[in-house]
Design a protein around this ligand. Structure first.
Ligand code: 6R9
Length: 573
């Protein structure tokens, strides 16, 4: 592992974080806590701190949210965010929903989504955001596991909510017009119109649950990662030093709230910092995205490698058709940011793209590149002040520089997950090495303290920045009438990082064909979600299995990459 010679010098002179090394020596999380009123009262609520407090500080008329899509074009002030989230809080209270109960949100991005999310938090309930792309099985798994009491959704998505099978789901809050409300249906618009703008906020303990994000592992169903209100300390601070947010910033995080990036950095961090937040609905297109930056004069832009690679693929000419001169700071998260993309960003945007590393489980950014720090393209950067990261071996020994091992974070940090819903043993696995959180990523640190991502330790697939558990896809595949067995791997892909490839053995009476491949892919797309559907399928008479019957994904991967298959002592035959 050689250190890349490339260094892109820092040029920012007015960054919030002036001197990284000094901050590491002097920083103390309690100094950040003291900026919040609850530090003295002990009473806290994330949504109050993000919205109401800004109104009290005089930002009531400032735009909190610009929202646009093909049919809507709106600006919502902090004052309006406050009253609309209060109204939704009252709608929930009217249904008898309160502290600790799980309320899911399953709808495309819109201002209503943000009112619902913040209003849920205001009454102390736990919010569970879902991707609109989820199909029935994915929705069912999450609502069942968490025993959700309510879901906020739209008539279009409602058929994917298996209401009849979910006895705990008492309320289906529908956002739409001319609704046909079933037995459990609630008309969002009607109730919002009737609700009071005044709400007595539910003050909670800093360690009370805030949000539930389901994420995929290599085995089992998706797990519900629980974050608490205390996470705001980290959201606020990283918003300041990593996103480099200042009050005048127009900030655009391209992530959906179904992904942790779309909440921690699409809702909490920008509002806690009093910035103006841009939300753009609809589908990705380079023209649309550049047009969004140009129109709103976006200054800080947080996106993902897949998107940057697609923008790169669209060509430099596309860039020159737009005025992107408002951009001051550009960041990336979700997968390895290729050095090539960083070099391209320098060329076409004349901006450094700052990579950031973190996970659903960490709740907030942990290893980052800062505007005032030199960048080494390909490196994730250095740990944020107040935290320590290291490369450790499987026994928890810290390894010297340039040795590959487990990327681990010294516990605790403010936004660390506090539980896995219904699954304490899963939670403990992350903390199996005394004093460390084990990320599941492998990496090394160079002699100057920069961290370099190497891969996942487990079989989790990262396709276009989304985590997909192979087990979930395999389970769906074997529900198809033609599929006997299935093994799923991530296959390297220049655009998407990885694509999902499925190896399948067929049941007796079925013959391999292109039509069958298409049918199986569609089956997963319709049953689970589009991003979990295999882009490649290969039929095999037999799949490699251990004696205990586990499909050996590492052998499938070796087949795929033409690599040696390694130790096969546990293979069945
Ligand atoms: C926020 C988020 C987490 C996994 C993580 C790692 C990969 C994230 C990365 C990165 C290389 C980066 N990942 N950021 N890999 N460089 N800058 O992505 O959360 O969806 O839970 O994914 O994504 O493998 O372990 P999540």
């Amino acid at each position: 592992m050689e250190k890349q010679a490339d260094i892109v010098k820092a040029t920012a002179t007015d960054a919030n974080l002036k001197n990284y090394e000094e901050a590491r020596r002097t920083f103390d999380w309690t100094d950040v806590e003291k900026e919040f009123s609850w530090h003295s009262t002990g009473k806290v609520n994330m949504a109050y701190e993000a919205i109401d407090r800004q109104v009290e500080a005089g930002l009531g008329d400032k735009v909190a949210l610009y929202y646009s899509d093909a049919t809507r074009d709106e600006a919502v002030t902090y004052g309006q965010m406050k009253s609309n989230s209060n109204k939704f809080g009252n709608v929930l209270r009217g249904l008898g929903i309160g502290k600790g109960e799980r309320v899911f949100i399953f709808m495309p991005r819109s201002p209503e989504l943000y009112y619902a999310l913040l209003g849920t938090i205001k009454v102390g309930a736990i919010v569970g955001p879902l991707f609109e792309a989820f199909m029935e099985q994915a929705v069912r798994d999450r609502l069942e596991d968490s025993q959700a009491i309510a879901i906020v959704t739209t008539p279009t998505l409602l058929p994917r909510v298996p209401v009849a099978d979910l006895p705990n789901l008492k309320h289906v809050i529908l956002v739409g017009d001319d609704l046909e409300l079933g037995e459990r249906g609630v008309d969002f618009k009607k109730e919002m119109a009737a609700a009071s703008e005044e709400l007595a906020i539910e003050w909670v303990d800093r360690e009370d649950a805030l949000i539930l994000h389901y994420t995929s592992g290599s085995t089992g169903k998706p797990k519900g990662v629980v974050h608490v209100h205390n996470a705001m300390i980290q959201h606020y601070y990283t918003g300041k030093i990593v996103l480099d947010l200042k009050q005048d910033d127009v900030y655009w995080c391209t992530a959906d709230p179904g992904w942790v990036t779309g909440t921690s950095y699409g809702v909490f961090a920008p509002f806690l910092n009093g910035a103006t937040n841009v939300i753009r609905g609809g589908r990705f297109s380079p023209q649309d995205w550049y047009g969004t930056i140009q129109r709103y004069k976006v200054t800080v832009w947080y996106s993902a490698p897949t998107a940057f690679r697609m923008l790169m693929g669209a060509g430099d000419d596309t860039v020159s058709q737009f005025d992107l001169s408002s951009l001051r700071h550009v960041l990336s998260v979700g997968e390895p940011l290729n050095p090539e993309v960083v070099r391209w960003g320098l060329k076409v945007y004349n901006k450094r793209i700052h990579d950031t590393w973190w996970m659903t489980e960490t709740g907030g950014q942990l290893i980052c590149n800062y505007p005032s720090m030199d960048i080494r393209p390909g490196s994730m950067g250095k740990p944020i002040p107040g935290t320590d990261a290291a490369i450790v071996d499987d026994n928890g020994n810290v390894l010297p520089p340039n040795r590959m091992g487990n990327l681990a974070i010294k516990t605790p940090w403010p936004s660390m997950m506090r539980r896995i819903w219904n699954n304490p043993s899963k939670y403990e696995e992350y903390f199996r090495l005394e004093g460390w959180y084990v990320s599941g990523d492998s990496a090394y640190m160079d002699e100057d303290g920069y961290f370099w991502f190497q891969g996942r330790v487990d079989d989790v697939i990262n396709t276009s920045g989304e985590r997909v558990g192979p087990f979930e896809v395999e389970s769906k595949l074997v529900e198809h009438p033609a599929v006997a067995e299935a093994g799923v791997i991530g296959k390297p892909d220049p655009l998407r990082g990885e694509i999902i490839k499925a190896f399948i053995s067929l049941r007796a009476g079925f013959e391999p064909s292109e039509e069958l491949k298409a049918d199986i892919a569609k089956f997963v797309k319709v049953g689970l979600s589009a991003h979990a559907s295999p882009r490649e399928i290969e039929f095999r008479d037999k799949l490699p299995k251990t004696r205990s019957g586990k499909i050996m994904r590492r052998v499938l991967k070796a087949w795929e990459l033409g690599l040696p298959t390694g130790d096969l002592s546990t293979i069945e035959d």
